[in-house]
Design a binder for this molecule. Structure first.
Ligand code: UT7
Length: 320
């Protein structure tokens, strides 16, 4: 049996940290509201140099180092992002160029906050079939570039960053299974209008639009269901989970899922407090931090889950 195993992970956060108090100087909000409703205390915001390919590159270098591999050892690059550097070429090609490798396939996946879980699932299929041996996957977003900084209902929620993982074929257990879902009927609950000026209504601002309450309700229901589904698919109970690594959008959503799974919060990795919602980067950043600080150990079972605009959502169960 061939498994996809995580050999190494890495992450990158922009240099600039913006606290809730700093935001309260420009919009009508306050630290107490933001912390109580979301758990967020600060976020990192990119400068002009810190694009998706730049942050993805630095996260990838760290992942390669952790995996003890060189860029030349990679057979494929998949980048999950909704905020590519350019319309064309895709961010995976720009990353391939930064890494100094050529020829290997490189493509992007657009799945908003669920991007890393989608990328993990796609990569896993290539490895399981024996077609590809070693894959770099990156979740990266610069949501600050598509945030309306005058809209208090969204601007307090997001941050920028990148997370990367190297997957390699192994006969030892790695990814046990992944489940992906989408519901395009929810397209108006969370969206960014077309970034092509000619394709956008004149009155529409090219920023994130979100019906926060709708997203909140849908997210809790969908994630509760998918984590139960993936455990059942594998004939496992929640006792088998050593760490839940959830999408870092809102601490209240995370707590609701942990309660549903009957998991104590000390088995849940959170970084939303420091980094806010970094979209496709949120799960791999949280995972990388917990691996690097020694919380996650080899042989432990991890449950990853995420949801974002579409809606698109997914879960992955894996042995680290
Ligand atoms: O990755 C997936 C994407 N996103 C999510 O998962 C986000 C899901 N949604 C949420 O996390 C929550 O719905 C929010 C954090 C966005 C909002 O929390 P809420 O408890 O649903 O608040 P609300 O939208 O119902 O707003 C409550 C009040 C409103 O005032 P009124 O109408 O009650 O007078 C808002 O105008 O809070 C007001 N408000 C704020 N006040 C201070 C909204 N944003 C702010 C703010 N500061 N930043």
């Amino acid at each position: 049996m061939v498994y996809s195993r995580i050999l190494g992970t890495g992450s990158y956060l922009p240099k600039r940290v913006v606290t809730n108090d700093e935001l309260a100087q420009t919009v009508d909000t306050n630290d107490e509201w933001i912390v109580t409703r979301t758990g967020i205390r600060s976020r990192h915001i990119s400068d002009a140099e810190e694009t998706s390919s730049y942050m993805g590159y630095h996260a990838s270098l760290r992942a390669l180092e952790a995996a003890q591999l060189k860029a030349e050892d990679l057979d494929m690059i998949i980048v999950a992002t909704t905020t590519p550097d350019k319309g064309l070429p895709n961010t995976a090609c720009l990353l391939q160029d930064r890494l100094g490798v050529t020829y290997i396939p490189a493509f992007d996946i657009t799945a908003a906050c669920a991007g890393f879980v989608y990328a993990l699932s796609v990569a896993d299929q290539y490895i399981r079939t024996g077609m590809i041996k070693t894959i770099l996957i990156v979740g990266v977003d610069v949501l600050s570039a598509v945030t309306n900084w005058a809209d208090r209902s969204t601007c307090v929620l997001f941050g920028d960053g990148a997370g990367a993982a190297i997957l390699q074929a192994s006969d030892k257990p790695g990814i046990l299974s992944t489940v992906l879902r989408a519901d395009g009927r929810q397209k108006d609950s969370l969206y960014i209008p077309s970034l092509l000026p000619g394709q956008r209504k004149a009155e529409e601002l090219p920023y994130i639009h979100m019906n926060g309450r709708e997203v909140f309700k849908f997210a809790v229901r969908a994630l509760e269901k998918i984590v139960e589904e993936i455990l059942a698919d594998n004939g496992l109970s929640q006792d088998a989970i050593d760490w839940l690594i959830p999408h870092q959008a809102n601490l209240r959503i995370i707590t609701a899922i942990a309660e549903k799974l009957n998991l104590s919060m000390d088995k849940v990795v959170t970084s939303v407090e420091k980094y806010a919602n970094t979209s496709a980067a949120s799960v791999p950043i949280a995972m990388d931090e917990a691996i690097r600080d020694g919380r996650i150990k080899r042989g432990q079972t991890l449950l990853l889950e995420a949801i974002g605009g579409g809606f698109m959502w997914g879960a992955a169960l894996l042995v680290y």
